[in-house]
Design a protein around this ligand. Sequence first.
Ligand code: SF4
Length: 278
Amino acid sequence: MDGRLLTTGEPHLEAGESAPLVRYFDIRWDSVLDGPGVRCVVHLQGCHLACPWCHSPHGQPHDSPPLVLPFEGPNPPFLGRSESPAALFRRLSPQLELLRRIGGLTLSGGEPLDQVEASEALLRLCRVRQHHTTIETSADSSWDTIERLAPWVDVWLVGLRVVPTTVREERVPEPSTVRRNIGGLVRSGANVVVRIPLIPGYTDNPTSLELARRILDDEGVTRVELLPFNSAIGVYYRAMARPEPHFAPWDELSSLERAHRILKTSARAVTYATVHPH
Ligand code: SF4
């Protein structure tokens, strides 16, 4: 579809027709886990990383892969949609109006920063209509990308996953890049919440948490959310006929307590989120 041929009669929507198509694999209409209040969440397709703990392996490829085996969960994703930012905004608008005073739009992934032009167009449309906006991101990107989106984002939910070098694989977020971007956002006055998933064997150990604490201290982060590990991670892997990742047993209570003790300071709130890493 060539969105540029569409006319809407609204100049800001017409601007959104000419941006690159938004590729996405799911929409959650009323999430309470993805930003302040109630969120309409668009899961953008594609992520340049391949974290072993990823809950959305079907969101990693540039194009949605087919689920080759039956999906076992209650909410099967629809796969492989793309449309202009303006067309998607029109689809979302009735819900965003309902959420106007209690929430807004969240761009999640995959990785929204990997579709910077389409993300920007969608966020700008929200700004024109004064809808609250949030981005969930790994922040594993250039500063130019962050800076380009920053004017249109009300809340940044940034994942921080410091993995010991002994188990670090090539395609996990680079801590120095994420750190630079978190610091830049904080210094620019952005509303930043750092989310730390507790993943056994990767981030859920004292060394990783101490390194994370140092980053949070140095970059002046005042709000942290701990994300519990979800051991039922396999559903999309099975549906894609991909090997299912396996992790060591996880003791939720002691893990959350340890992370809280290491990361909490008098200047920093550390809370628990009942959301799992995307
Ligand atoms: S967990 Fe997030 S950053 Fe990692 S591969 Fe999945 S979508 Fe990408």
